[in-house]
Design a protein around this ligand. Structure first.
Ligand SMILES: *Cc1c(COP(=O)(O)O)cnc(C)c1O
Ligand SMILES: [Zn+2]
Length: 396
């Protein structure tokens, strides 16, 4: 049930993470007009602290909108929602925790970012939204645009699974398929902008605000005793940066201390720019990092816009980055299915990555570790095959 919002935003401004210039959230924003860097919302944490408390959270709506004090200013009638958020954390047989965003509208965590960003766009009077996407961000945009009565256009690589392309079409979005990767899709989008507002990853400030609720929920659902490590499948980086922002804000709100989980990025061996730059001790991923295809299409981001910020979070948290092969990913999908979790390949990559981190001694078996399943395997049915003469499914 949607309820009247219990609290109101305490947003102060939207600030450039590089040059520090501040902007009002009252008009549409992209990247910093002065230096081109990422813009990030800043709130009045002292004020938010008065109502955003453990007790204050009890009984609030079971969606990400429960953290209203630290979400952007959106007039309640413009909030576009399907009840997203507060997904379960399940305990696997091994004792690992798995946060399952397969159980959210559109079946992936991309819904979090788009719910907030589309709401804010609607509040600002924008009517036409566009995104280049490996698939799931496009589907989430299409979904929330439909819900909010806005027009959506999505530029996707031709390799995007048909189920996701059809999902966008079903929601009424216009789909343009582009030969190449998400970067090529973005380049094509910019030649055909046609008055549409660009919702690209970290090129507008509000998807990050939706994504950061992953960190708020992990904290709240673990009784504010954060896990020792979080293993996360990394593509464009909003999940990683969003959770890190959440932990910083939670400390400002007095809900946690200065402890932080160690953050580990998992990427595909075919496309692992963050793993490569982390291992080489570089601050910024190689701008010419080669493209490569993987079953985990959401992780195919060879040149992430926020590469520098991602590497810096991994270092600051004393975490790391690891890559896994497609066959390890498919094996991990099967293993999770054996426990009733039909994870997407990107989410399953965290289990494969965890195994490698254990083997490398980077994580101890005794540590409290949370894997983040970013979506459902039901969107990737082409990865599942059945042998002709057997009822036993297997994965190729
Ligand atoms: C987009 C996507 C990712 C990568 O997420 P970022 O937070 O942008 O790094 C992981 N898993 C799935 C299913 C995705 O769609
Ligand atoms: Zn700037």
């Amino acid at each position: 049930m949607e309820r009247a919002t219990e609290a109101t935003t305490t947003i102060l401004e939207v600030r450039c993470v590089s040059c520090g210039k501040g902007f009002s959230s009252g008009k549409p924003l992209g990247t910093c007009p002065d230096c081109g860097s990422i813009l990030s919302c800043r709130y009045d944490y002292e004020k938010a602290k008065e109502t955003l408390t453990r007790e204050g959270l009890r009984g609030r709506q079971k969606s990400l909108w429960r953290y209203r004090e630290v979400l952007p200013d959106i007039a309640p009638p413009n909030v576009v929602t399907l009840g997203e958020g507060m997904t379960p954390i399940v305990t696997l047989m091994s004792g690992l925790l798995l946060k399952d965003d397969g159980l959210i509208p559109t079946g992936t965590f991309k819904a979090r970012g788009m719910a907030v960003a589309v709401s804010k766009a609607k509040d600002l009077g924008l009517t036409k939204l566009v995104v280049p996407s490996a698939g799931n961000a496009g589907a989430a945009l299409a979904c929330y645009a439909a819900r909010g009565g806005l027009a959506a256009r999505v530029f996707m690589p031709t390799e995007t699974p048909q189920s996701i392309v059809k999902e966008c079409v079903q929601f009424g979005a216009e789909v343009v398929q582009v030969d190449g990767n998400i970067g090529d899709a973005g380049a094509r989008m910019r030649t055909q902008i046609d008055g549409y507002f660009d919702m690209s990853t970290l090129k507008e400030p509000y998807r990050l605000e939706g994504k950061k609720t992953m960190g708020y929920e992990i904290a709240e659902q673990t009784g504010f005793e954060l896990p020792g490590a979080i293993v996360y499948p990394t593509g464009g980086g909003t999940g990683l940066l969003g959770m890190w922002k959440a932990f910083d804000e939670l400390e400002k709100l007095g809900l946690i201390g200065n402890e932080r989980p160690r953050m580990f990025s998992v990427q595909s061996e075919a496309c692992a720019p963050i793993v490569a730059s982390f291992a080489a001790g570089k601050d910024v991923p190689d701008p010419d990092y080669p493209d490569g295809t993987t079953v985990a299409v959401g992780l195919r981001v060879p040149r992430p816009f926020a590469g520098r910020q991602m590497v810096s979070v991994l270092r600051a948290s004393k975490g790391g980055a690891i890559s896994v092969s497609d066959s390890e990913i498919l094996g991990a999908m099967k293993a999770l299915a054996g426990e009733g979790v039909f994870a997407c390949p990107e989410g399953a990559a965290t289990l494969a990555g965890y195994q490698r981190l254990l083997d490398a001694g980077s994580i101890a078996r005794s540590e409290k570790v949370l894997l983040y399943n970013t979506g459902t395997g039901l969107k990737y049915l082409d990865l599942v095959r059945r042998t002709p003469n057997s009822r036993q499914g297997f994965i190729v």
